[in-house]
Design a binder for this molecule. Structure first.
Ligand SMILES: NC(=O)c1ccc[n+]([C@@H]2O[C@H](COP(=O)([O-])OP(=O)(O)OC[C@H]3O[C@@H](n4cnc5c(N)ncnc54)[C@H](O)[C@@H]3O)[C@@H](O)[C@H]2O)c1
Length: 411
């Protein structure tokens, strides 16, 4: 059996989710990790070894990782603002003849705006790399099973689905850079709408057909700051994230909604509705999706996990995330999401892209899809800023940067 040696760029929250997910991946080992934070890289490498997902060691640089013949593919899990420079270093190393790769997989978003995303794609294309765009929710077992059954039973006998809904909501991200529009590229729309915008399109796409068979034609976006610019919460955020996160001076949106009108290959209009929030307070991260057609519907809510615990007010302890990602409480009735890496799709996603880079499967998502998602997000910002529904793609998309990303947004 051929095996794939994999290196990780970034050793934070997301990289560790992939590492957990790797326990369900065959024929590939995580052998390397690089991040500018030495301690983080060392501890992520130790985490991989403890999980038995590879004899992982930290590397001194991206170039050193690319140059190692044991590393066949990279998973890009650094922060958004480092995406382009990370890709530049990878491609430069390959161009100098110092190393080669079979493929590269990149976390969402592919980049912070269309110009950057095009540059990322152009760079990897210039060295002929196979690409994978990492959108875990498409691989979430509930989404996969629901889509398959809805299309096989409901759509096959009564007609295609016409409405898909998706939402991702939590109480706010874990690292300061997410909150800083000029670093991250936007607020919650840029951070989380990439998932929901693609989930609705994926659900509306007939299995086996490309996403391009459901073409976006009109986009309406809306953004707002509902919670974190309230003075008391802006102060709290600064205390939690540091003085550089000042929502009274440079806020990002903490709520976004998006309506996409699609045209199908047969000329039907179908609708995708997506919403995302950093101002949602519930048990923890809530992912949801719906797909509706003439005689059927599906719904998924990740907090309806099938396991609930109850802790009386006598039960006290440290705040944690041991029940669910972005957990907000440790008392009362609490849902638990066991094996979150599996439930959110990381395991199946990573297994798929390992198979892609080993030449066994065609990629479900490539950097072309990542670029298309960035175009959708930038159109949503453009629509939100103008207060208008826009035909997709709108004029000026290639050079557009959201006001939130420029640090000039006034909610
Ligand atoms: N699929 C998902 O649901 C999901 C969830 C979280 C994050 N993400 C994405 O994953 C990426 C990483 O997010 P995270 O949650 O791990 O963030 P994080 O803040 O937890 O970790 C960021 C990591 O990147 C490293 N880093 C810092 N500067 C870097 C540089 N110049 N080059 C490379 N690495 C650098 C840090 O040392 C750290 O290890 C982001 O693009 C984010 O949008 C995706």
């Amino acid at each position: 059996m051929p095996r794939l040696g994999v290196g990780f760029i970034g050793s934070g929250f997301n990289a560790r989710f992939h590492m957990q997910g790797w326990t369900g991946v065959r024929d590939a080992d995580i052998l390397g990790v690089w991040s500018p934070d030495d301690k983080g890289a060392k501890s992520a490498a130790a985490y991989c070894r403890a999980l038995h997902v590879g004899d992982c060691t930290p590397y001194r640089s991206i170039a050193q990782m690319v140059a190692d013949p044991a590393i066949d593919a990279l998973w890009l899990c650094g922060p958004n603002q480092a995406r382009l420079e990370n890709v530049e270093e990878i491609v430069d190393t390959i161009k100098r003849g110092k190393g080669s790769l079979k493929g590269i997989a990149c976390e969402k978003p592919l980049a912070r705006n269309v110009a950057e995303a095009k540059r990322v794609k152009q760079l990897v294309d210039s060295v002929g790399l196979t690409t994978g765009y990492l959108e875990n929710q498409l691989f979430a077992p509930h989404v996969e099973a629901g889509k398959k059954l809805i299309w096989a039973r409901g759509a096959a006998t009564t007609g295609r689905p016409y409405l898909a809904r998706a939402a991702e909501e939590h109480s706010g991200p874990h690292s300061p850079w997410f909150w800083m529009g000029q670093m991250q590229g936007g607020g919650v729309l840029n951070d989380m709408m990439c998932h929901s915008a693609l989930v609705v399109r994926h659900l509306l796409t007939r299995p086996g057909e490309p996403l391009s068979s459901v073409k976006p034609v009109k986009v309406t976006g809306h953004i707002a700051s509902l919670k974190w610019t309230r003075p008391a919460y802006a102060k709290k955020l600064k205390a939690m994230m540091g003085p550089q996160v000042d929502y009274l001076k440079a806020p990002s949106e903490d709520f976004a909604s998006l309506t996409i009108e699609f045209e199908t290959a047969e000329g039907h209009t179908v609708i995708g509705e997506a919403s995302t929030s950093w101002s949602f307070v519930g048990a923890g991260l809530r992912l949801s999706a719906e797909l509706l057609g003439p005689e059927y519907s599906m719904k998924w809510n990740s907090l309806d996990s099938g396991l609930q615990l109850f802790f009386s007010r006598e039960v006290t302890g440290r705040a944690g995330e041991d029940l669910v990602e972005k957990q907000n409480a440790e008392q009362g009735v609490m849902p638990v999401v066991p094996q979150e890496h599996l439930a959110y799709g990381y395991t199946d996603e990573d297994r798929h892209f390992v198979n892609v880079f080993l030449g066994r499967e065609k990629p479900l998502l490539t950097f072309d899809d990542g670029l298309e998602v960035v175009k959708m997000l930038m159109t949503a910002y453009q629509s939100a800023e103008s207060g208008k529904t826009l035909a997709f793609p709108p004029r000026g998309l290639d050079t557009f940067t959201p006001k939130v990303a420029q640090g000039t947004w006034k909610p």
